[in-house]
Design a binder for this molecule. Structure first.
Ligand SMILES: Cc1cc2nc3c(=O)[nH]c(=O)nc-3n(C[C@H](O)[C@H](O)[C@H](O)COP(=O)(O)OP(=O)(O)OC[C@H]3O[C@@H](n4cnc5c(N)ncnc54)[C@H](O)[C@@H]3O)c2cc1C
Length: 493
């Protein structure tokens, strides 16, 4: 049976990053990336709706080791996908990918100090068995087979197409049509200006408003820095500049919510037509960053509203009708196409059934160690990005840390590393500190964070930088052991 030192799950943005780190920092390690789909890119290959783009800046969503060199800081989905593919090809990471292999089971055996893995071939249905010394799960955070779709009354009565953005039909013709987009999150506000360029009219139907702020698609300060600084150092400086300014705005939002609400409101007043009902449509009941803040490049959503090609309705759905939607207020919204931008269904570790020495891992009872490993689960790390900044900022740190951990074990001749909490005063809290519906719906199935280091999840690049890059690998919570009779040669095969 095949044995790998490291098994990476998923060939998305994080999995390709993980491949880079493992092959450069741990050249001794045999590794493969198992990918359930037949393509690289994960999110950036799956989502194909009109206007798909990043909603955080590319200088921090790009990898540290291959700085984003596009002019635009908010990039379209196709460019991001190409960037991931190019990274994989340039470094030969793509030769390590096993496409159409979904990892379905992982059973840790302390006696053998290895994971026994079962993968299913998604093309042939065959089962593939192998073992590995370490699992690095880069499987993202949501289900690929379906999105979140509430069961609205009367959906079957509607005469036109009902589309979920996760499965956008390539041939959908919306030119000259009346489109209603249900939702007020990042997907809805990305889609609407794009649809509005050819649709007869686009209505954003929201139950409640979100905070939306506009940023230039081309960041003038970042681009000036890039021009002024030589080659590689420009990428590094711009990345830090964007990471720190994003973090500073987040901290300001948490500490001075009133001030940030005022700043955001002034921005809206400048960009929306005079007299626009900002109170109803753009003033959330919660504080900035209680939920992820939405970003529009160059105010594109506000431009569409000002031009009259898009509008916002804040109401609730009573039922779908043959010709559109009946709202709780009694209003009928006519539509030719209805888009349910109602979100994702979250999923942890790619839905893998995992056990440790025969005992199923109940994720909901586990604390996360440094936001990247699980209490009581040996030799497994997870790439989970930030909710308040670019995903890759955290994943790059996690990848670097995992490689240091692997090298440390190899040098010390230990085969097993298990985060263990022996501090009874550590209390559990929700892993992701946002009140957004999609997070609350799944919070009970997710691991928790603890109230103290190293069990806390900081959502702060600076603090994680210190914790994951500058501190040693050994600490009182990480237990290294060597359960197998033959102590050498660490986790190498
Ligand atoms: C529409 C959209 C826009 C986004 N925009 C941003 C943004 O601007 N900035 C930001 O920071 N974040 C954004 N995100 C979050 C985004 O998902 C991350 O930025 C990033 O792409 C995640 O990369 P990933 O590789 O960790 O996960 P994914 O992109 O989800 O890739 C995971 C891969 O793992 C594979 N996989 C899963 N389970 C298994 C299994 N059991 N076996 C084998 N393979 C498996 C999947 O098929 C997939 O290819 C966005 C998300 C969405 C949905």
């Amino acid at each position: 049976m095949e044995h790998l030192d490291v098994l990476i799950v998923g060939a998305g943005l994080s999995g390709i990053g993980a491949g880079h780190y493992v092959q450069t920092e741990c050249p001794w390690a045999s590794y493969a990336i198992f990918e359930a789909r037949d393509a690289i890119g994960g999110t950036w290959d799956l989502f194909r709706y009109p206007g798909i783009r990043s909603d955080s800046d590319m200088f921090t969503l790009g990898y540290v080791f291959r700085p984003w060199d596009g002019e635009k800081s908010i990039a379209d989905g196709a460019s991001i996908l190409q960037y991931i593919k190019d990274t994989a090809a340039v470094e030969g990471i793509d030769t390590h990918i096993r496409f159409n292999h979904r990892i379905v089971r992982a059973d840790w055996s302390t006696e053998d100090a290895r994971w026994n893995i079962t993968a299913e071939r998604t093309d042939t249905g065959e089962t593939v068995e192998l073992s590995c010394g370490f699992i690095f799960s880069c499987s993202g955070y949501y289900r690929y087979d379906h999105g979140y779709q509430p069961d609205f009354p009367g959906m079957e009565r509607f005469g036109g197409p009902i589309i979920h953005p996760q499965f956008w039909p390539e041939d959908l013709d919306y030119a000259g049509k009346r489109v209603v987009v249900i939702g007020s999150g990042a997907t809805a506000i990305t889609l609407i200006p794009s649809l509005a360029t050819t649709a007869a009219h686009v209505t954003m139907l929201q139950r409640s408003p979100s905070y939306i702020t506009s940023l230039p698609a081309k960041d003038p300060i970042a681009n000036a820095l890039r021009r002024a600084l030589p080659g590689r150092s420009a990428g590094e400086v711009v990345r830090w500049f964007k990471a720190l300014t994003t973090q500073a705005f987040y901290e300001l939002s948490r500490r001075r919510p009133k001030l940030v609400k005022t700043i955001l409101r002034k921005g809206l007043e400048r960009q929306l037509p005079s007299g626009y009902d900002i109170d109803t449509h753009f003033t959330p009941s919660y504080n900035p960053w209680d939920q992820r803040m939405c970003l529009v490049p160059d105010g594109d959503l506000f431009k569409a509203i000002s031009a009259g090609t898009a509008s916002v309705v804040t109401d609730q759905i009573e039922s779908f009708t043959e010709t559109g939607l009946l709202l709780k207020s009694g209003t009928q919204l006519d539509a030719d196409i209805i888009v349910t931008a109602t979100g994702l269904e979250l999923l942890f570790i790619g839905g893998i059934d995992a056990t440790v020495d025969g005992a199923p891992i109940d994720l909901s009872t586990k604390l996360t160690y440094k936001g990247m490993m699980l209490e009581g689960v040996p030799n497994l790390a997870l790439a989970i990005g930030y909710t308040n900044a670019s995903w890759t900022l955290k994943c790059d740190l996690t990848c670097g840390y995992v490689c240091r951990l692997l090298n440390h074990m190899r040098e010390a001749g230990t085969r097993q590393c298990t985060p263990v909490n022996s501090d009874a005063s550590v209390t559990a809290r929700p892993l992701l500190g946002l009140s957004s519906g999609y997070i609350q719906r799944s919070a009970d199935r997710f691991p928790k964070q603890g109230s103290k280091f190293p069990w806390q999840v900081h959502q702060s690049y600076l603090r994680d930088y210190r914790a994951l890059k500058m501190r040693g690998i050994e600490d009182s919570a990480m237990v290294f052991s060597n359960p197998v009779a033959d102590p050498a040669p660490a986790i190498a095969s």
